[in-house]
Design a protein around this ligand. Structure first.
Ligand SMILES: Cc1ncc(COP(=O)(O)O)c(C=O)c1O
Length: 399
């Protein structure tokens, strides 16, 4: 006998909120519920008051996201993590949590992802934040600017986008902390398989999980791994500003992360072979890959990434090429896809001047070494001979 008589009420409630199961699902389900119930309202009150863990409302947290946060914190060897709806939401929240506000200053690496650069160069100055950019491979310059600017924070990438410069994170973190600045490292390109910034004192380790962590080009997301204390600050921010990762997206990312170490191995070994082959190609004037002996920070990369894995990202300059020649090359590719992302199982190519670094003025791009002939390649997990073959046939199409 149904508890309610009306078909309207029964259609809404029957089948919901069954008894507590005496089994555990092997993999985490997608908890799509926005709200959560407790038998005693005191428990709901305690969760709201942060006196006990639990869930009350999806913007405050939800179980699928917690599972992803737990594994992210574990792989990065941090205390805690918080997931966001995109990498940029995570970058932005990290800046806020690090104390970047009106009247404060911010130091940024010059070659960071274009949208991060745009936040630092355009959005924050409009709000009265003084920002400066440095080449983080010049430690003397970093030290000098830290002393002069006294920034609230410094933001940089482990392996930079798109020039693959490697930052001496342990040294920069020491310098920054001595100057009273918090350190935000975007570890998207390296992933915890190559490097774990928190082990070297970094305060906020940011990821665009859209990339290697999700890994399949089907889910946008971001995350910050940090201490519990910093996670509390971030949690207060996300509770007010939102920008959460949805549970379905958290679930896809959680599924992706399971094969992250396997995929990274293949990305890295493939990238090394592709980089070597491109280096010897008569139409290529420069290859940027930290695994190559002539990379300016190769020694540092060997120290920071002791497993001998240098990432899946390469950039290279096509000899005497501008937009027309680069477009011809990219349009001639068959296997390698000209898509605006990276870190997927697929090999992907991108023209930074048109996409990731479009927000920069031509002068800013030139200053940063992003030439009109520069192509970025995210080496996928396909068979490496077939990737190389495709690149070579496309290069042959440029007159
Ligand atoms: C290094 C890096 N950080 C952050 C982002 C932004 O991530 P999302 O697109 O997930 O917002 C990107 C995007 O390409 C990136 O390459």
């Amino acid at each position: 006998m149904a508890k309610y008589k009306s078909i309207f009420t029964r259609a809404v409630h029957v089948g919901e909120r069954g008894p507590k199961p005496d089994f555990k699902p092997v993999s985490t389900p997608i908890y799509n519920s926005v709200g959560y119930l407790y038998e005693d309202l005191k428990d709901l009150d305690a969760v709201f008051g942060n006196e006990r863990p639990g869930y009350v409302y999806a913007r405050y947290g939800s179980p699928t996201n917690s599972a992803l946060e737990e594994v992210l914190a574990d792989l990065e060897e941090g205390e805690a993590a918080l997931t966001f709806g995109s990498g940029m939401a995570a970058v932005y929240a990290a800046l806020m949590a690090a104390g970047v506000k009106t009247g404060a200053s911010l130091l940024s690496a010059f070659d960071v992802y274009g949208a991060t650069y745009a936040i630092c160069a355009r959005l924050l100055p409009d709000w009265g934040v003084k920002t400066k950019f440095v080449d983080v491979t010049d430690l003397g310059e970093v030290q000098r600017v830290l002393a002069e600017l006294k920034p609230a924070a410094i933001i940089l990438e482990t392996i930079s986008n798109p020039l693959m410069k490697v930052a001496d994170i342990p040294a920069i973190t020491k310098l920054a902390h001595r100057a009273g600045a918090k350190v935000i490292v975007d570890n998207t390109f390296a992933t915890p398989v190559l490097y774990q910034p928190l082990k070297h004192g970094v305060d906020f380790c940011v990821h665009s999980t859209t990339k290697y962590i999700g890994g399949h080009g089907d889910v946008l997301g971001g995350a910050i791994v940090s201490s519990q204390a910093n996670r509390k600050i971030l949690h207060e921010i996300i509770k007010m500003t939102g920008g959460n990762l949805g549970p379905a997206e958290a679930w896809l990312t959680l599924r992706g992360i399971k094969t992250l170490p396997l995929r990274m191995r293949q990305h890295c070994t493939n990238a090394m072979e592709v980089a070597k082959r491109l280096q010897g190609h008569p139409q290529i004037s420069k290859v940027n890959y930290p695994g190559l002996a002539d990379h300016p920070q190769h020694e540092l990369a060997m120290k920071l990434f002791p497993e001998g894995l240098f990432g899946g990202m390469i950039s290279f300059e096509i000899k005497n090429a501008g937009k027309k020649e680069v477009f011809r090359f990219m349009e001639s590719l068959d296997l390698v896809l000209p898509a605006t992302t990276l870190g997927d199982v697929y090999s992907l190519t991108l023209y930074p001047a048109m996409s990731s670094h479009r927000a920069l003025t031509p002068e800013e791009r030139k200053k940063g070494g992003i030439s009109d002939g520069l192509v970025r390649l995210s080496v996928g997990i396909e068979e490496v001979g077939e990737i190389i073959g495709d690149l070579e046939q496309a290069l042959a199409k440029i007159e």
